[in-house]
Design a binder for this molecule. Structure first.
Ligand code: GDP
Ligand code: ZN
Length: 450
């Protein structure tokens, strides 16, 4: 339950920086009716758009637009909320925000509106994370999954598992008082069947969460090969018709060495090592150093060779030697069209090879399938959970404790204790058990005004 209910008034520009048709300033706090009156000289009705002039202290108009008033508790934060829709220019927005500060609001911290929503019980932690994930989603599939989290579908599943854990735990703890018949009693109540069922449900959820995590963070792919072996052509083939959907997060600098494409909605961050050349340009050197750090986190290395020439040498081999050795590798034998070779998949010395033509596209589907295999992708349903690492960790820990419990049926105190630990891990996902540190980490990564 909420430790503190902050009542001071916060304000921020909620729309993206820059010019736009409209811009929104959002205010949340205690009693905001006097605030609205001072701002526009009129009385807003709850949840009704009021067209008004927004005025400064001297009574001069700053802008005109819509004022929306959501009285507590029926608002996003659970407090009184006012939204001012004005003209979306940075100067106008700055003046409107300044007026709100004059009226006693302070600047909101990143994610503070959503944090208040969480503290006031409007959202649980997984839903709050869904808000940020929806805003940051880089593919349509990721956005759909984030919306599922936001709307509480993930939380509902987590809560069902938690409730089943509590039921079982209560049953086991009740029998502790009757040591004579305990095992008998538990067997009659199907305690062990229920434990197995719980385990299966946790495994199912973890699996879908793992798939969802892929949608969220994607796969790091490194392309290696000599000049002219067909790296750019292959990239274009992999992108296919999906290119139009790929987006860049606004404000991040574009990295020339790295391109994000998508495969069945999974972002593939592709680094073309052709850009990793010796250079004296300082800026380029910094980019290259950063690229090498990304390469250390590679999930798969695509090694391109000419299908007629076999393994190549030279510069590409030099780069090859510096690549992490324990990462999955796929050798792509390109340009089969030149050699009358057919498209096929081969296993050669533990690694997989794919023969294809980046020019005609023949065999590229084999490579796509191979990439998805490496990623561990298999689900295609709509019920994926856009999980974060912290969710995966909590599910893994819960599963571990449920597994331990199964091994402790002879010592019921330990059995019950493992169930309690599993329940606690599961509860971390929705924020039932959460520390201030964790909240700080989660909300500080939000944007301002959210
Ligand atoms: P990169 O330097 O490795 O990026 O190679 P490019 O993709 O720029 O390709 C170099 C040349 O090889 C271009 O003229 C491509 O059209 C050609 N090429 C690439 N893939 C194939 C292929 O599968 N078959 C044939 N015949 N030519 C290809
Ligand atoms: Zn980028």
């Amino acid at each position: 339950s909420p430790a503190a209910r902050p009542r001071d008034t916060i304000a921020a520009v909620a729309t993206a920086p820059g010019r736009g048709g409209i811009g929104v300033v959002r205010v949340s706090g205690g009693d905001l009716l006097p605030f609205a009156r001072a701002l526009c000289g009129r009385e807003p009705q709850p949840r009704t758009a009021l067209f008004a002039r927004f005025r400064n202290e001297a009574g001069e108009a700053i802008d005109e637009g819509l004022l929306l008033y959501f009285p507590a508790p029926h608002s996003f934060t659970g407090e009184d909320v006012i939204e001012l829709q004005g003209h979306g220019g940075p100067v106008v927005m700055g003046m409107l925000l300044g007026r709100c500060l004059e009226l006693g609001a302070r600047l909101a911290e990143p994610g503070e509106f959503t944090k208040r929503a969480f503290l006031n019980g409007k959202l649980d932690l997984a839903q709050a994370e869904g808000v940020a994930d929806l805003i940051e989603a880089s593919t349509a599939a990721a956005a759909r999954s984030a919306l599922r989290s936001l709307s509480g579908a993930f939380s509902a599943e987590v809560t069902q598992i938690r409730d089943a854990l509590i039921d079982l735990r209560m049953l086991v703890e009740a029998t502790l008082d009757f040591p004579e018949e305990e095992l008998d009693f538990l067997e009659k109540a199907d305690a062990f069947g229920r434990l197995a069922h719980l385990r299966a449900r946790l495994e199912g959820l973890l699996d879908r969460a793992r798939q969802g995590a892929l949608l969220r963070s994607g796969l790091n792919v490194v392309l290696v090969g000599q000049p002219n072996v067909g790296k750019s052509s292959l990239l274009n083939q992999l992108v296919g018709e999906e290119r139009a959907i790929v987006t860049e997060i606004a404000g991040t600098t574009r990295d020339a060495l790295r391109e994000t494409i998508q495969l069945e909605g999974i972002p593939l961050h592709v680094i073309d090592t052709a850009g990793l050349r010796e250079t004296t340009d300082e800026v380029e050197r910094i980019g290259i150093a950063r690229t090498w750090r990304e390469i250390e986190r590679a999930d798969v290395i695509l090694r391109l060779v000419d299908a007629g020439a076999g393994a190549d040498e030279g510069e590409a081999a030099g780069i090859d030697a510096r690549l992490p050795q324990d990462v999955e590798r796929i050798t792509v034998h390109n340009k089969i069209d030149l050699y009358g070779e057919r498209a096929w998949r081969v296993e050669e010395g533990g690694a997989v090879g794919v023969y294809l033509s980046a020019r005609s596209g023949e065999g590229v589907d084999l490579l796509r399938a191979e990439l998805l295999r490496v990623a561990g992708w298999h689900a295609h349903g709509e019920d994926l959970v856009l999980a974060r690492e912290r969710h995966l960790q909590a599910l893994r820990t819960a599963l571990e404790h449920v597994g331990n419990a199964a091994g402790e049926v002879g010592a019921l105190e330990l059995f019950a204790e493992e169930l309690r630990l599993a329940q606690e891990s599961i509860g971390e996902i929705t924020g039932e058990f959460s520390s201030d540190d964790l909240l700080g980490v989660i909300f500080s990564r939000f944007c301002i005004g959210k």
